[in-house]
Design a protein around this ligand. Structure first.
Ligand SMILES: [Mn+2]
Length: 401
């Protein structure tokens, strides 16, 4: 398994990608002829890139309601940020203004209907997704946390799921302000492209967590004019749907992906297949750990230890080494922790990769990262920069999400 960070991208890369999104790209999703939408200069030049392959027509689920919702979410206009006279001063101080919302007119009825379709689609999947070589190259994304604008930027940059496969590691809602759009968009794409879009569950796809970290309030406030019970019903509908999300993915037999990490209740990857869904996230046990645990650096205490989060565990390099050896794994990829510089971090002697994808998360000026795994298992990290690189030593401590 080789890893090489991609060349440093221009700042605001994600936002630039959104703005360069052409209406022509929409044709790809709705059966138009093949159009090269990728205007990013860095993306297709490398010799180890595979040619893009369109998803076979019989693998696309055509439901007109879902199609129109995807279209609505994908074509909603990106507001233009007005040029500010003191931009230079802002740049110097690494200050970013909050990105304006992409307004999407959504009805509660549309959300109920979409979630019904999503449950039917997710029911067909196992708790452990086995993503075979035919689905590679695969783009893996970590935490999104309601950043719909940046999510659209990722599709504009990396390609639509008409040609490109995606795996999302969970934490779609909370903290950011457009969790409804993020969750709906990803669920709709999963329904439409079940062999191209794979969604895992994060610890925030949970009733208790979303009550405290923003998504409950987002749902209630969004439909306030229609009465508090409407927002609550929307919220409950999402919670029911999240209980069906798969919990981990095994990519071509050698890369194990989940939101959190390993568990003392897991000996082999097959243990994940035995987890019954739908399920709430329990306070302990395998399902809890897959979504909540964290790796610790080489210099920290090895083995298992209680997590400072107050739930689940931390695990050290020897746990990782043993688990990878027993299950013949090359790499474990997970999200769940904000990584300030570059958005990614290797631990456990390169066996564990953390990626956090939401750039400028909660105005913290962090970079976001996306992992692309090629057919030959080459890993490329794409960095979504929010500002110029900070000087060494200025980086903040990584924090937990
Ligand atoms: Mn998390």
């Amino acid at each position: 398994m080789q890893s090489k960070p991609s060349k440093e991208k221009t700042k605001d890369a994600a936002e630039k990608s959104v703005e360069s999104e052409e209406p022509a790209s929409l044709k790809l999703l709705f059966g138009g002829s093949k159009i090269d939408t990728n205007s990013e200069e860095e993306s297709t030049s490398s010799e180890d890139e595979e040619p893009e392959v369109e998803v076979p027509a019989d693998e696309i689920v055509q439901i007109s309601f879902v199609n129109s919702l995807v279209y609505k979410l994908l074509s909603a206009e990106v507001p233009v940020i007005p040029a500010s006279s003191n931009r230079r001063k802002r740049d110097r101080e690494h200050q970013l203004e909050p990105a304006p919302l992409i307004e999407v007119d959504l009805k509660a009825e549309e959300i109920y209907k979409l979630c019904d379709h999503a449950i039917e689609s997710l029911k067909k999947q196992k708790s452990l997704l086995r993503i075979s070589n035919e689905h590679l190259p695969l783009v893996v994304c970590g935490d999104i946390h309601g950043q719909f604008r940046e999510l659209r930027g990722i599709f504009a940059k990396m390609g639509l799921p008409y040609t490109q496969s995606y795996l999302f590691l969970g934490d779609y809602v909370d903290r950011g302000v457009q969790g409804i759009e993020v969750a709906l968009f990803l669920l709709a794409l999963q329904i439409k492209f079940p062999t191209k879009v794979f969604l895992l569950r994060g610890n925030h796809e949970d009733r208790n967590t979303t009550m405290s970290y923003g998504f409950y309030d987002e749902c209630v406030n969004r439909f306030l004019a229609e009465g508090t019970d409407v927002g609550e019903k929307v919220f409950n509908t999402f919670m029911t749907t999240f209980n069906y999300l798969p919990l981990a993915a095994l990519v071509d037999g050698v890369v194990l992906c989940m939101h959190g990490g390993l568990s003392p209740h897991m000996t082999t990857v097959e243990d994940i297949e035995k987890i019954q869904r739908p399920s709430i996230i329990p306070a302990y046990g395998l399902l809890c750990d897959l979504l909540w645990s964290d790796p610790v650096p080489e210099e920290a205490r090895d083995g298992w230890s209680l997590s400072p989060r107050g739930i689940s565990f931390n695990f050290g390099p020897s746990i990782v080494e043993e688990f990878c050896k027993r299950n013949k794994l090359d790499l474990i990829v997970r999200g769940h922790q904000l990584i300030d510089n570059n958005g990614y971090k290797f631990l456990s002697h390169g066996r564990v990769l953390t990626i956090f994808t939401a750039p400028n998360y909660q105005n913290q000026k962090n970079d976001g990262a996306i992992l692309r795994i090629s057919k030959k298992h080459k890993c490329r990290l794409v960095i979504l920069r929010t500002r110029r690189k900070t000087k060494p030593g200025k980086a903040k401590e990584d924090s937990s999400e």
